[in-house]
Design a protein around this ligand. Structure first.
Ligand code: ADP
Ligand code: ASP
Ligand code: MG
Length: 439
């Protein structure tokens, strides 16, 4: 059994956490490739090392004195090294970083040092080889991942190592310039490593006992999901279930490698298995609920819209020309609504309105801001009657005004639009009806 194990920031925030991680890794010989994040928060008001690095580099970029900030970052690592009684010196590494910061090495380089340094500490602690991700994770010049080169480089490098630590979150382009993924991107590194070494399993260790039916910051102690498909999880993570980066699914999905989300603080819990497909039915009709705030809607009305060929295309072209991606597009006979991210839309608002006016001469256009979207996801919804009806009645009871509803063509999800201020109430109401009342 060959496993890739990724540990998130809170799992590596202190020497005590490192010890838990060490125990987990040593418990199974097959846990051969370790992908660490940067140290996260030790307590709720603490700052993640990645955020400290962003702050520190912002000063360096402005030519301000950043020595105190860098010293604080260094202290975070020293505390771990001392706590683990390691004979590792980061003197050399920190003087290179200081020099690179002075030479304006870039924000992405700066942020990547959190994982780089933690990888060095982890390798020393475990006695594993250290493989610098800048040499094996390859980005294109435009910042996107070069998947195939990455797969080849990783496979070649790791073939030579029985046990290795590969830091998460970053890589480099062909010129050697360090690049990072978006926040939370160590999950993607873990998935890439799992694909390259043809792992039997990708274990993703975090601070909750798996993917929970909904966000634990909204519902207290939501139940964990035992088993979920890649597609379901992708829908949930895209819509805000931040337990796994939304792009972490792709590399393992193509190889059919299951992901197991586990809790570093409760290693005996079996967590969530993420798989290609399963006959196992979820205990409830739905698998999960996730959502995000900050959307705006553009509703276009025009009599006989449905008979006007090319109407939708012309409208969407206006959004495209303004570089705005749309999230959902529910429509009626004489109306269509386009849901967009508020911040993306705000910049181009008036240009879009003028563009639509010119392109399709509508009878009326109305805008609405401060909307939240909630995705109710579940492979079981296809065969269950009345799911949407149950959602509506739960929301009506909770006095939430439903602004929009859109059932995905895969019947895997139902998207509900509500006001931002109703978001949490709506999520709780949906959770209660399906999970607590088991309707
Ligand atoms: P890590 O640092 O280990 O990568 P993250 O903070 O990125 O951990 O992800 C874990 C967190 O995701 C949890 O602590 C929880 O607050 C949040 N979260 C949001 N939605 C969910 C969900 N549906 N299931 C589990 N955790 C969720
Ligand atoms: N350390 C990075 C972040 O805070 C990447 C990660 O944790 O996955 O976003
Ligand atoms: Mg994460």
């Amino acid at each position: 059994m060959k496993k890739v194990v990724k540990f998130g920031g809170s799992s590596l925030a202190s020497a005590g956490q490192f010890e838990k991680v060490g125990k987990i890794i040593r418990a199974e010989k097959g846990r051969r490739y370790v992908v660490p994040s940067a140290p996260g928060k030790r307590f709720s008001s603490d700052t993640k090392v990645t955020d400290m690095l962003y702050g520190c580099y912002a000063k360096a970029e402005k030519g301000e004195d950043f020595s105190e900030d860098l010293a604080k970052i260094r202290a975070r690592y020293q505390e771990i090294i001392d706590g683990l009684q390691l004979k590792l010196s980061l003197d050399e590494a920190f003087s290179v970083i200081e020099e690179d910061f002075k030479n304006q090495a870039g924000t992405q380089y700066a942020a990547s040092r959190g994982e780089y340094l933690n990888g060095m500490v982890m390798a020393a602690y475990l006695g594993f080889a250290f493989v610098d991700s800048a040499t094996v994770i390859r980005f294109h010049e435009d910042g996107s991942l070069d998947t195939e080169t990455t797969n080849r480089l990783l496979a070649d490098a790791l073939e030579k190592q029985e046990y290795a630590v590969i830091p998460g979150f970053y890589g480099a382009d062909a010129t050697g310039k360090v690049r990072t993924f978006s926040r939370g991107g160590s999950d993607i590194t873990g998935s890439l490593v799992a694909r390259a070494v043809k792992a039997d399993m990708y274990e993703n260790w975090t601070d909750v006992s798996g993917c929970l039916v909904t966000d634990p910051r909204i519902v207290e102690n939501p139940v964990p999901i035992d088993i979920i498909t890649y597609r379901e999880l992708r829908e949930l993570s895209y819509m805000g279930a931040s337990v796994l980066h939304e792009d972490a699914i792709f590399p393992v999905r193509s190889e059919g490698i299951p992901i197991n989300i586990r809790n570093t603080n409760c290693p005996e819990d079996k967590g969530t298995m993420i798989v290609g497909d399963t006959c196992s039915k979820s205990e409830y009709i739905i698998t999960g609920i996730a959502g995000k705030k900050g959307f705006a809607s553009v509703t276009i009305e025009k009599d006989m819209m449905n008979t006007e060929i090319g109407f939708g295309r012309k409208v969407l072209q206006v959004f495209e020309e303004n570089d705005i991606s749309f999230e959902h597009m529910p429509s009626g006979i004489d109306t269509m609504t386009i849901l967009v991210h508020e911040t993306e839309f705000a910049e181009h608002e008036q240009k879009v309105l003028t563009g639509i006016q010119k392109a399709v001469h509508p009878d009326h256009i109305s805008l609405e801001a401060d909307l939240a979207l909630i995705a109710v996801v579940g492979r079981g919804m296809k065969s269950a009657r009345g799911t949407a009806g149950r959602i509506f009645s739960a929301l009506a009871h909770a006095r939430v005004n439903v602004k929009m509803i859109d059932q995905g063509s895969s019947e895997l999800n139902i998207i509900i639009g509500v006001e931002n201020s109703d978001f949490e109430t709506a999520v709780r109401a949906i959770y209660n009806i399906f999970v607590l009342c088991k309707l």
